[in-house]
Structure formats: C-alpha cells, structure tokens
Design a protein around this ligand. Structure first.
Ligand code: FES
Ligand SMILES: [Fe+2]
Length: 466
C-alpha cells in the first residue's frame, strides 16, 4: 500500500465509524451518553493503573510486545522533540523520472549523459562560497575539500582558526589532506614532513634542510567563519574580498537555536538555483500543491490533495550600492484548507541573496521567528551542493521548527526535478510582463559575479562516480 492509499483507507474508516457513532448519539438520551463516557474513562484509567503498578509477567508474550512498543514510542518521541532534522538527498536519490527497470544511479547517469546543457555561463562565479558547516571541522582536524575546481586541505589550527590551503604539496605532490597533521598554526605534509602555515601558505619547516626556498609555499585561500559556516573567497582574477557576508546577530548572540538541516546534490548550473528567487511565476506552479502531495511533479496535482494549497506573493529587487551584490526577496506564504485561510502556517519571509553562494531567508510566523540559511557550492561544473540550516527563537517547539525545515526541503526537492533535467536558456523567450522582466533583471544582476577569466565548462563528464 502506498502512503496515499493508506491515507484514503484511514479517512474512509474514520468517516464510516463517525457516521455510525453520530447516528447512535442522535438516538441516545444525553444522560446515557454522560454515563457511557464516565464508565469508559474510569475503565481506561483502571487498566492503565493496573498496567503501571502490576509486576510484568515474564512468561507472557504481551509483556515483551508492550516493552518493545514503549521503547519505540520513547525513541521516536525523543527524536521528534529533541533531535534536529537532518535530511540528506544525494545525486540520483530524487529529481529524476523513473524509466523502465533502471536503478536510481543508472537513470541519473543516463540523464546526465544525454543532457543538452545549453550555452551556460562560466561555471564558477566570483564571491564567498560555503565550504562546510563550522562544527564539522574540529580543532586539529584536516579535511579534503573539492569545490570550485580546487583541491583543498581545509584545517583548523591548534588555536581554533580555520584555514584552506591548496592540497597538493609543492615538494613532490602529496595530498596534504590525506594523512597530513596539524602542528600549531601549520599543516605538516604526510610524505616528507614539510610544514605550511595556514595563514599565508609559506613553508615554515623542512626537517632535513637548513634553508627554506621562497618558492616552497602553497596558495592559502581567504576563509571566513560566520553564522556557523566556513566561507571561502573565490575570484577568477585574484581580487581580494571587497564585500562580506553579513553576520546574523541572533545566531552569534545565541538567541536563535539550530533545529535542523537539509542537504541536496543537484545536477545543474549554479545560476539556475538563485534564479528561482526572482522567478515568481514558478512559485504557484511548482510550490502551490500542498507538501503532502510529494515531490514528484507528475503526481502532485492529484485531486486527493486539492483540499489544501499554498499561495505565494513574491517580489525581487537588487539592493542599491554599496550592496549591489545583494538581491532582496520578499515572500508572503499563506495556506488554504477547503478554500479557507489557515493562518498558523502563514510565513512572511525577507530574504537576501548575498552573492552567488549564500541566501538568508528571515521569517516571521505564528510560532516565532527564525532564519533559513541557504548555502550553495559548486562541487563540479554542473553539480551543486545545496544545504539549508534552520535557526529559530528558543521558545519555538522543536517539532514545529523541524516541520518548517521539512516543508522547505520538500519544496526544494520539487525544484530539483526541474533543475536536474532542464537546459540553461541563454536567450529565454520572455514575454512582456512584470514577472518575466524580473528574470531578466536577475540575470543582469547575477552577471556581476562573472569576470574575464571565470572558468568555463571545458569537458563533459561521462560517468557519475560517487
Ligand atoms: S611531498 Fe610533501 S613534503 Fe614531500
Ligand atoms: Fe522553487
């Protein structure tokens, strides 16, 4: 039985039972109903008391069934109310249309090979890019990171500062992220123990040589630790950072707490993802059906889910100088149930697209305020890693914040089906309208992140390896 069928079955059962109960209630005098209620409640209370106070019978199988059920209830209750959400979907898990008896990996490979990507812009724009959530890099730890066409050794020195160095050692090419050790503020190569300082990449020690040549150094990349993320500055012309991602003070001050994350690997050009923010028409099309209708665009219009609908009202504009690298999004979300507004799910969102890799979506809701941090990093020319984190006011119950995070993740997964299969239209057929003109404005705004030497797609990878 699918989830849908179970839902239909349960609804029919409830309506049948409630119809017969209603009929009985109508023909039963009121005082008898009261008496029935009292008898039923005292019987239930008596049974629960007996259960809790009696010594379990070790020879009775129901004792063990009861213990297993109680453990499951406690475990899932604990997860629901105390553990932040972590929803991870790798490339191929979602966003492709099933074909014949192919497995997920084969379908992803096939679609990728036959894809006509279109005349895409450069694949790695300029700006700050998310590298990893800061808590995943412990003091003294080094990680191998492949993003933006770079091979990096990202490490946290003994004082707690994070650094990113080119991973390949200039001596004989060992990968310092594969077995290298953190020593003070430097990273020691695992092959012949040369040490490279995190701050500037200079070699500070060669165990068997007295003089260290000037050319013994690796490139050190600017790293910024902010909003519990590590960001790396990438600029094709080697320009130093000239803008910074703003700090979310509610997170720094600890007023908003972490309640979960989602992670999606997407097969698309990086610009397609933020372009969604200015594409106001797709909101009612792709994100209109209620989240229960699922993520498969073919089935989400089922009549079964027509009783509820999301509505969106959106605006996008570029911020004026000196914040020209920021795009401002205003979103109002509401929900209708059986044609009536259902305000508890209302959200007002004020978003900022900060360069090509970072989006903050601050929201206000019935249950409190918070922010989704959207972090986008190219791990290959046409493969993006998209992570969302949610931070909310402390008094918002964990299960509500997790529901908000899950709702966002499901909506993103519908976009993934579009992104994974689409072509980049360098010259889209836009009609004369407020809606389509926003897309053109977004493209003009985004073009500031490309420069003369921005890397272009030079080859197409034929297979998907992971
Ligand atoms: S290869 Fe790194 S020290 Fe020799
Ligand atoms: Fe979308």
């Amino acid at each position: 039985m699918t989830g849908l069928e179970v839902g239909v079955f349960v609804s029919l059962l409830i309506s049948t039972v409630s119809a017969s109960v209603t009929e009985k209630i109508l023909i039963t005098p009121l005082f008898e109903i009261g008496e029935l209620w009292i008898n039923a409640s005292s019987m239930l209370f008596g049974r629960v008391t007996t259960l809790l106070t009696s010594v379990p019978n070790p020879y009775n199988v129901t004792t063990y069934v009861g213990v297993v059920i109680a453990c499951l209830v406690i475990y899932y209750g604990y997860v629901l109310f105390f553990v932040p959400l972590n929803r991870v979907r790798k490339l191929g898990d979602i966003g492709y249309v099933n074909e014949g008896s192919w497995n997920k990996r084969e379908i992803a490979n096939m679609v990728r090979q036959r894809r006509k990507v279109g005349a895409i812009p450069p694949v790695y724009p300029n700006g700050w890019f998310p590298v990893m959530e800061a808590f995943t890099l412990k003091t003294g730890e080094v990680k191998n990171v492949s993003i933006l066409g770079l091979a990096l050794a990202v490490f946290r020195d003994e004082k707690g500062f994070a650094h990113a160095l080119d991973a390949y050692c200039p001596h004989m090419g060992a990968n310092m992220a594969a077995g290298g050790r953190v020593c003070g503020d430097s990273l020691e190569c695992p092959f012949h123990a040369w040490k490279f300082r995190g701050e500037d990449g200079k070699c500070t020690s060669i165990p068997y040589a007295e003089k260290i040549p000037d050319i013994a150094k690796v490139k050190s990349w600017p790293i910024l630790e902010r909003n519990r993320w590590l960001y790396l500055w990438f600029h094709a012309e080697g320009v130093e950072p000239f803008w910074m991602p703003p700090e979310i003070e509610e997170i720094t001050r600890g007023e908003w707490t972490y309640r979960g994350r989602s992670e999606h690997i997407i097969n698309a050009h990086i610009e397609e993802i933020p372009e969604n923010g200015a594409d106001v028409v797709h909101l009612s099309q792709v994100h209109g059906p209620v989240i229960g209708a699922g993520i498969d665009l073919r089935y989400m219009w089922s009549e079964l889910w027509a009783f509820a609908r999301h509505s969106w009202d959106a605006k996008w504009e570029a911020a004026p100088p000196p914040d020209g690298h920021i795009g401002k999004i205003t979103l109002k979300h509401s929900m209708s149930l059986f044609g009536k507004r259902f305000p508890p799910i209302d959200l007002t969102v004020h978003g900022q697209q900060i360069g090509p890799g970072i989006v903050y979506l601050r929201f206000t809701s019935w249950f409190g305020n918070g922010v989704y941090i959207q972090s986008l990093t190219p791990i290959e020319p046409m493969v993006q890693k998209l992570v969302h984190n949610i931070y909310v006011t402390k008094y918002m119950p964990m299960c509500v914040a997790k529901f908000l995070m899950l709702g966002e993740a499901i909506q993103v997964e519908r976009d993934v089906m579009i992104w994974n299969n689409k072509q980049y239209c360098a010259k889209p057929v836009l009609v004369k309208s407020k809606e389509d003109s926003l897309i053109a404005r977004h493209r003009r705004w985004y073009s500031q992140f490309y420069s003369e030497n921005s890397p272009q797609l030079t080859f197409k990878q034929e297979t998907l390896e992971w």
